[in-house]
Design a protein around this ligand. Sequence first.
Ligand code: CO
Length: 284
Amino acid sequence: MNDRDLSVSVVARDATGPDPGGRGPRPAPSAMIDNVHHVGIVVRDLPRATRFWRDTLGLPVTRQAELPDQGVRAALLAAGDTEIELLEPTVPDTGVARFLARRGEGLHHVCFRTPDVAGALAALAAMDVPLVDAVPRVGLAGRIAFLHPRACHGVLVELATPPPGDAGPDSPVRFKRLVIASAAPQETAHAFRRLFQLPEVEVNGGPRAMLGWAGGSTLLMVPSTEVGGLEGLVALSMVAPDMPPLVRRLESAGVAMLVGAGEITVEPRSSHGVHLHISRYHFP
Ligand code: CO
């Protein structure tokens, strides 16, 4: 990508009305982000975590690699049109290793899919958004870059442009929603909308806000007071249209959980630190 491409993508996103430069019709504006690419989970032991997320939940592994430059061993698992990324630190003193030492296993970052990670970074840099990676690098998900958590109210956000033709296999349990707790959920939602132009999904008033794609992947912002004062990524919701075989797999693996009518709540000690809710239906 050269400088001219960057300026074109920024103009195409920001301009309204006739092209002031008089250079004829401009390309249709395209969304910076078109889906959640994956949710990153830090784990202590990748093979053990894989036993839960792949063997018990049934998510197929799409890619797995040791990334020595990043000090992690990582796997991506298909979860509908989104993925789950498991990260095990392999050396001390990386961000992932410090996270594990300080907080234990659990939800670590959210990655948004963009058709043009370099263009997205340039647009964010032009808004003075603090970035960890000023230029994209190669990661498990394709060409990736991280924003500084300061940019998104303490949430670590990654952007990824996957390789072409990267559609994952079908999976019996699919990503539905990531829950983000914040002292000021509306402000957090506003920051995500401003940075990534994520669409807003209507919720029934109140302090909560939802961003994303109705019927697809969403982020739900909730007040910290609803979740015992926690902030950041606090819970993951998934959908399993065919519950009985899933419940049998979870039971035979000895997973600690509450099973209700059409929904399962897995205890974090069984899901590698993740508050995991699985329901039969996508709605609400
Ligand atoms: Co990631």
